[in-house]
Design a protein around this ligand. Structure first.
Ligand SMILES: Nc1nc2c(c(=O)[nH]1)N(C=O)[C@@H](CNc1ccc(C(=O)N[C@@H](CCC(=O)O)C(=O)O)cc1)CN2
Ligand SMILES: Nc1nc2c(ncn2[C@@H]2O[C@H](COP(=O)(O)OP(=O)(O)OP(=O)(O)O)[C@@H](O)[C@H]2O)c(=O)[nH]1
Ligand SMILES: [Mg+2]
Length: 461
């Protein structure tokens, strides 16, 4: 499979100043020679490595000049994929990129699948699986903090930790195997105890990683925050205020927002995917009805709900209906329009009615209380947990699940040691834990899993 040569457009399709075509594989340089006509440096492919050469891409069949380009050569293993790589920087338009791609394809390269360059970097040992996965996280990062966490993973922080855990497990396994091999030897109880302690030590590290995983996921994927409330309370005004731009239409007509509006804002590095919804009410208007229905569906996937109340109307029957839809959610209650009706809603009564303790007063229109609102959102989601990026933050749910499964087997192994169950049973759990940890870095994975992971990448990556 790795003996063929792949090519893809590596930059987004659209108007740009330059666009890059990347070729990787044993024939990369040969293909490059067939399509590229250098202006002066005729033997670019012999000695120059990591150097840009100026020239033209010329169709070898028709002799037509396709584009004026810069070409670079990176010979394996000193390249991203560890294979021979040729990159062609074209003018950044859809047509020149497509035409250069076509010529390269006709000269014997094959169109790369999504993620195939990164997959090759992994298969050729340039990166482990967790590092390769971090690349896509860097690309998709929504805030600086998110990118920083992904960069730490690319640098191998998580992998080092996992490798250490696996190393420790191997040590334990060796001792257990010795017990299995010489069953006639009496094992002193303190030996078992000491091994159980070492399991506890490993568990502690895994638990710590898991502890931070939810925070990591928020930094990676963003926190899905849905603004709900009855019509006209100021939901869209709140979205606009948080975005600091007039994104959603605001009018004094109840039922203004019909569709769902989704935007990302950055609160101190935490990406907040904020979703404005249609005001919830019984309605005969078909369009509005569909909007209300969508709002209900969105609530299911929400990590956080901002329930907006209107100080000028007070707490009403309609509010109560909205409350009944968000019973099992993490909710922050926001009392809006305090600029026209101060303390119009009785906190104590509200708490008794709906039972939430997090209540904030704001004016979306006059921009009062927004700073405190942002801080409250952070406090609520991070709950005093780490925000510093120097911690190893497991942000990928695949990694999280693997850690949970490894934890389960380690807990079983520890119990087995404490209760002196037969050593071969303990050994099975320790082995399972070792294998599952290996799924994170890729030293123990099936081809199928590898395919699925890289298929999620973009084309040309
Ligand atoms: N033009 C271009 N820019 C790019 C990439 C690329 O493939 N092409 N990258 C793709 O994602 C990222 C950079 N990642 C890279 C990682 C390793 C190597 C590499 O060749 N490493 C070799 C040689 C290093 C040296 O000694 O000079 C190595 O580590 O052995 C290249 C790019 C971002 N920018
Ligand atoms: N005085 C005052 N008026 C506000 C405030 N926030 C919003 N309004 C007004 O309330 C009205 C409704 O605001 P919207 O933001 O459209 O309310 P909504 O909840 O999105 O309404 P629907 O989309 O219809 O459900 C508008 O006339 C806003 O100008 C505020 O803080 N103070
Ligand atoms: Mg609205």
């Amino acid at each position: 499979m790795l003996d063929d040569t792949i090519v893809a457009i590596a930059t987004p399709l659209g108007e740009g100043s330059i666009g890059v075509i990347r070729i990787s594989g044993p024939e990369a340089i040969a293909v490059g020679r067939r399509v590229f006509q250098p202006k002066v440096n005729r033997d670019w492919y012999i000695k120059d490595n990591y150097k840009l050469v100026y020239g033209h891409v010329v169709d070898p069949d028709s002799r037509e000049i396709i584009d004026e380009v810069l070409l670079s050569v990176m010979r394996g293993p000193r390249s991203f994929t560890a294979e021979d790589v040729v990159e062609i920087s074209c003018h950044g338009g859809i047509v020149p990129l497509r035409r250069v791609l076509e010529v390269v394809l006709r000269q014997g390269a094959r169109l790369a699948e999504p993620g195939e360059f990164s997959k090759r970097a992994f298969l050729n040992g340039r990166l482990d699986l967790a590092q390769a996965e971090s690349i896509i996280d860097i690309i998709r990062a929504k805030t600086d903090a998110g990118a920083k966490i992904a960069m730490a993973q690319l640098g191998g922080k998580l992998s080092e930790q996992v490798n250490e855990l696996q190393q420790e497990l191997l040590g334990l396994l060796a001792r257990i195997e010795a017990i299995i091999d010489f069953p006639e030897d009496d094992i002193p109880a303190e030996n078992l105890e000491e091994m159980a302690d070492r399991c506890s030590g490993l568990l502690k590290v895994i638990e710590q990683l898991l502890d931070h995983a939810d925070t990591g996921k928020i930094y990676r994927e963003g926190l899905r925050t849905v603004i709900v409330g009855k019509p006209n309370v100021g939901k869209s005004s709140l979205l606009n205020a948080l975005l600091r731009e007039q994104r959603a239409i605001v009018t004094d007509i109840p039922g203004t927002t019909r569709d769902v509006i989704e935007e990302v804002i950055n609160i101190k590095g935490v990406p907040l995917k904020i979703i404005d919804t249609a005001g919830m009410r019984e309605t005969r208007d078909l369009v509005e009805k569909l909007g209300v229905e969508r709002s209900r569906q969105l609530l299911h996937q929400a990590d956080l709900v901002l329930l907006v109340l209107d100080a000028s109307t007070g707490f009403t029957e309609d509010d109560l209906k909205v409350v009944s839809l968000i019973k099992d959610k993490k909710v922050l209650v926001i009392i809006n329009k305090i600029d026209i009706a101060d303390h119009a809603i009785d906190y104590e009564q509200l708490k008794q009615l709906i039972g939430y303790s997090d209540i904030l007063e704001i004016s979306a229109q006059k921009k009062i209380g927004l700073e405190r609102l942002e801080q409250s959102i952070l406090n609520l989601v991070l709950e005093g947990k780490v925000t510093a990026a120097d911690n190893i933050l497991v942000s990928n749910s695949r990694h999280k699940h693997a850690l949970e499964r490894a934890k389960h087997h380690l807990t079983e192994a520890r119990r087995g040691l404490a209760e002196a169950v037969p050593a071969d049973l303990v050994s099975i759990d320790l082995k399972s834990a070792w294998e599952i940890l290996g799924e994170i870095t890729g030293n123990h994975v099936t081809e199928d899993l590898i395919d699925r992971i890289f298929a999620d990448f973009c084309i040309g990556k």
